[in-house]
Structure formats: structure tokens, C-alpha cells
Design a protein around this ligand. Structure first.
Ligand code: AMP
Ligand code: MG
Length: 416
């Protein structure tokens, strides 16, 4: 498991800007140890350990990009159409013979270029008259041909270390003829909710209790990030219970993630519990929705306590938990890329903190993407996350939005 020093999340300022949190996380956390070989079918969303050098070039051999006629570039018609004989027919998967000089080869997409050819006429551009193939002038040598290694040269880095593999990377590994990849082990994350008012769905509930939604949301987001999640249920707001639960979880996990109980109220026992078994700092992040996020270390294992309000939990997950998970999992930091879109709403904002506005995207008839704000703002409204497409990010120095302004939009699928 990770071994961190107790003060690794200490922060000097009063309000922590989001970008400073990212810098601090990147500086303090290292990837967990442990690799495994996985078959390609299990490689998606795993993290490649080392640079992968191509054992073969891609394409593996020079081949035709079209259905047509292969010819030697040196033998192309110059100023006038010229007639040739087709001396062989090469289909995809068949072996080609060296070209008889002065002839052409009938060829199909993906078929190997016969030795002596380097150019292909598309069949649409060719006139066939009996057994004569009449080629027009004007085609450049090497047209419509895919040389060996044009995609990836043999020995070049095909996929770099620390890449979170996507389906396209898996395809590349398969194209190179590999059957397995060496990836980092999944990080183990313990998730629990806290609060006497929270009960698990399906359990008996008093009229003052609500069903736990955060645990399911956080576990789902973690799984999308490739984590191995242990669901540790709900812990009551009792210092002793919380402390025992945390200590236990720390031994078997790389990260402990909780929600609720981290504010400064008398009934928020999470802080005391963490301090009983480890160390804790409250990051007062300059982010809305967010409130403080608790960061800590318990027996060398990082701990993150998110606010209980589901929307605050969701947003702080994206801006604190996600980078921590990626750092522990050994993924090269993937920055969240925002799209420029046009706001159709007005919004007042305090300078000095970053705000995230839940918005839907409309595609206007001229193709413009327009962000529309969810009509209500409560940090407890799960419908606001379900009925919108992403977050408009308003930078620290922004003082508000007027209709027509360009704003930065981040789609939800990019967050996990
Ligand atoms: P807290 O951060 O504990 O002060 O909680 C803030 C709000 O979030 C309260 O209204 C809680 O009832 C609510 N809340 C806390 N934990 C959860 C949870 N696991 N699922 C849904 N709502 C929660
Ligand atoms: Mg609470």
C-alpha cells in the first residue's frame, strides 16, 4: 500500500486554488507498485507500465489503399493515356509476384504491392478495353499505396508508459501482433458514507433518514477510473466506530474515500476520528460547489473526505479525487479539456474562486454550441446532474457571465 508522510497534504494558504491542489497532488503522490500481464480483452482502461516499442512496422507490408491497378512509378504514362496489359491479379491476403516490367497488376484494397510497383490507379480512373488497361496521365508516383511502417516504424514507441489504455490503444497492440500487455495493478479504494441520517437503499428507514446515494455514485466514478472498489457501507457518526473503520481500511487499501461529516459542526466526527488514527488537514478549496475537502494520511494511506451534499461530492471528486486516483494508478496526468461554448444565461460570481455551473448543451441551427444553465442551484439536487451534460467552468478571475459570452464547458464523461 502507499506510504505517505503525515504532513504530505499540508497547505499554507487559507483558500486553496484548484490548480494548486493539482500541483500538490502531483508532487506528493507516486504510483503504487505492482504489475500484471493482462490479455488484450482486459487491457482497456488499464495503465501501461513501460514504453511499448513496436516489434514490427505498421502497416506490416506495403499494400494498396484502393481497388485498382498497381504500376511502377517510373513507368507511369507521361502526357497521354497509355495502354498496359495486366500481368497478375492480387487479392487481399494473397501473395504477389514481382511485376513483369512494362505491365500493371490488378490489385485490391489491402493486397500486398508486387515487388517493382509503388503506385496504384483507382479503378474508377481507369478505362478497360478488352484486355487493355488504359491509364490516364497525371497521377503522382506512390499514390494510393500504404508503405510499410507509414503508421508506426519498427522499433518506434507505439504507446508510451503511463498511458491509460483506450480501445484504440488495444487495437494498436493487436495490430502489432501482441496478445498481452503489462499494466499496473488496479488501485484498491475503500469507500464509505458517514452520517446517522444515511441508510442503505432497501434498508428500514425512519422518517428522518435518507438513502445513501453518494456511496454508489463515488464507487461508480472510481470504477470508471479503473479502481478496484471495496464498498464498506455506512458508518455512524461515532468517533470510535469511524476510527476503527478507517484504521482497518487503511491496511488493505491504497486510498480511503468517504463522504459526509467533514464540516466543522458538533456532529461532524469524521475529523476527530481521522485525527485519532492519522493526520488530517482541511483543504478550504476555492471552488463552488465544494466547501472544505478533508485530506489526510492514515498509516501511510491517503484519505479523502468529501462533503455530504451529492453535487459538492461530485464536483470535488472531479477536481480532487480524480487527480489523486490517477497519480496513485500511475497515469500520466490527463488534464480536463474544456470546449469553448456560448452561454445563453446570466450568472453572477465571486472573484477569487472557481465555480462550476451545471449546464445542458444545445446545438443551434448554425452549429453553435450553446450552454444552458440548470434552472436551480442547490448542492443536493441529483436531478441537476442527471438532466445536464456537463459543467461550465468559470475561472477564479471571472466576475460573472452574460448571455452570449464564451465559456469553457467540460462534458461529464471526461470527468471519469
Ligand atoms: P454533511 O457533509 O455530513 O454535513 O452532509 C451534508 C448534506 O449531505 C446533508 O444534507 C446530508 O444528509 C447529505 N448527505 C450526507 N451523506 C450523504 C450520502 N451518503 N448520500 C446522500 N446525501 C448525503
Ligand atoms: Mg453529516
Amino acid at each position: 500500500m502507499a506510504q505517505l508522510s503525515d504532513d504530505c497534504f499540508a497547505f499554507g494558504g487559507a483558500l486553496m486554488p484548484v490548480d494548486e491542489a493539482l500541483v500538490l497532488i502531483a508532487a506528493r503522490l507516486v504510483a503504487v507498485d505492482g504489475f500484471e500481464r493482462v490479455p488484450l480483452h482486459d487491457a482497456d482502461n488499464r495503465v501501461l507500465v513501460a514504453d511499448l516499442a513496436a516489434p514490427v512496422p505498421l502497416p506490416l507490408f506495403a499494400n494498396s489503399a484502393v481497388d485498382g491497378y498497381a504500376i511502377a512509378g517510373a513507368d507511369l504514362p507521361q502526357d497521354h493515356p497509355r495502354a498496359y496489359m495486366a500481368s497478375q491479379r492480387v487479392t487481399a491476403g494473397a501473395l504477389a509476384q514481382p511485376l513483369v516490367t512494362g505491365t500493371v497488376a490488378r490489385i485490391f484494397t489491402g493486397a500486398p504491392m508486387p515487388a517493382g510497383t509503388d503506385t496504384v490507379f483507382m479503378q474508377e480512373d481507369v478505362e478497360v478495353d478488352g484486355d487493355k488497361i488504359i491509364l490516364p496521365p497525371g497521377l503522382k508516383a506512390r499514390a494510393n499505396m500504404r508503405p510499410a511502417g507509414e503508421d508506426i516504424a519498427q522499433g518506434a514507441i507505439a504507446i508510451s508508459a503511463d498511458t491509460r489504455l483506450r480501445p484504440q490503444h488495444v487495437a494498436l497492440a493487436a495490430a502489432l501482433g501482441l496478445t498481452e500487455l503489462t499494466v499496473r495493478r488496479r488501485i484498491k479504494v475503500a469507500v464509505f458514507s458517514t452520517g446517522n441520517e444515511v441508510v442503505t437503499p432497501g434498508a428500514a428507514r425512519t422518517s428522518a433518514q435518507l438513502y445513501d446515494s453518494n456511496r454508489f455514485m463515488l464507487a461508480a466514478m472510481l470504477r470508471r477510473l479503473g479502481c478496484d472498489v471495496s464498498d464498506l457501507g455506512i458508518l455512524r457518526d461515532e468517533r470510535e466506530l469511524l476510527a476503527v473503520g478507517l484504521k482497518q481500511a487503511a491496511r488493505e487499501h491504497d486510498l480511503i474515500l468517504t463522504s459526509g461529516g467533514v464540516s466543522t459542526g458538533e456532529e461532524d466526527h469524521m475529523r476527530d476520528a481521522v485525527e485519532a488514527v492519522g493526520s488530517l488537514v482541511l483543504w478550504r478549496m476555492a471552488i463552488k460547489p465544494g466547501r472544505p475537502v478533508a485530506m489526510g494520511v492514515i498509516e501511510g494511506t491517503p484519505f479523502i473526505g468529501l462533503p455530504g451534499n451529492p453535487v459538492a461530492s461530485f464536483v470535488t471528486f472531479a477536481y480532487v479525487v480524480r487527480p489523486v486516483v490517477l497519480a496513485l494508478a500511475g497515469v500520466r496526468m490527463e488534464r480536463l479539456v474544456a470546449l469553448p461554448v456560448r452561454a445563453n444565461f446570466a450568472y453572477k460570481k465571486k472573484k477569487g474562486r472557481r465555480e462550476y455551473v451545471r449546464t445542458s448543451l444545445n446545438v443551434l441551427s448554425d452549429g453553435t454550441l450553446e450552454a444552458q444553465k440548470f434552472p436551480r442551484e442547490g448542492a443536493g439536487l441529483l436531478s441537476s446532474l442527471c438532466e445536464t451534460d456537463g459543467l461550465v467552468e468559470l475561472a477564479e478571475d471571472c466576475e460573472g457571465v452574460s448571455p452570449g459570452d464564451n465559456v469553457a464547458f467540460i462534458a461529464y464523461p471526461n470527468l471519469f
